[in-house]
Design a protein. Structure first.
Length: 171
């Protein structure tokens, strides 16, 4: 299984809603002692879970080009789309709620579009991290904006919930 965490590289994006996938990745890296190395246009790690080896990828191509990184890893490991799990932010889901889905639309998420275009199908697995929808203003500015001080204390809980969903899936 290839687990892909979506986000944008660089410190200016570190605690933005669009980087929810990277936040989960860093939490898992700490709890599972992942050792990242540069590969497939991103940061890559391998780890055994329940006696099976899984691969973890944080594309460093920026969100809109995530597919380049995912396609490189998919081709190298000869994976099907059903062996790819993408962990990403979702504005259609209430803040802090973590859900699982197979395939589906993109709801304007350019990272998901890039992956689907690059691997030729939208039918990959998804762990969606709810960041909520802006009450007013531009969606792009909202997802590229940092979490509010009121939301910050919930990020570790959200990351743990996503890790739990991932563990279920990898079982």
């Amino acid at each position: 299984m290839l687990v892909v965490f979506l986000g944008n590289p660089g410190t200016e994006y570190k605690l933005t809603r669009h980087n929810s996938g990277f936040i989960v990745a860093e939490n898992i890296a700490l709890t599972q002692d992942l050792r990242w190395s540069q590969k497939f246009f991103g940061m890559f790690a391998k780890k055994d879970f329940n006696g099976r080896q899984h691969c973890f990828l944080k594309p460093e191509t920026f969100m809109n080009l995530s597919g380049k990184s995912v396609q490189a890893a998919k081709s190298f490991f000869k994976l099907s789309e059903h062996e790819i799990v993408v962990v990403h932010d979702d504005i259609e889901t209430e803040f802090g709620v973590v859900t699982f889905r197979e395939g589906g639309g993109f709801a304007g998420h350019n990272g998901l579009k890039s992956i689907a275009n690059s691997i030729g199908t939208p039918n990959f697995l998804r762990i969606k991290i709810g960041v909520g929808r802006p009450k007013k203003g531009d969606v792009s500015s909202f997802v590229l904006g940092k979490f509010t001080p009121e939301e910050m204390p919930f990020l570790p809980v959200m990351a743990e919930a996503a890790e739990d969903k991932l563990r279920e899936l990898l079982r």
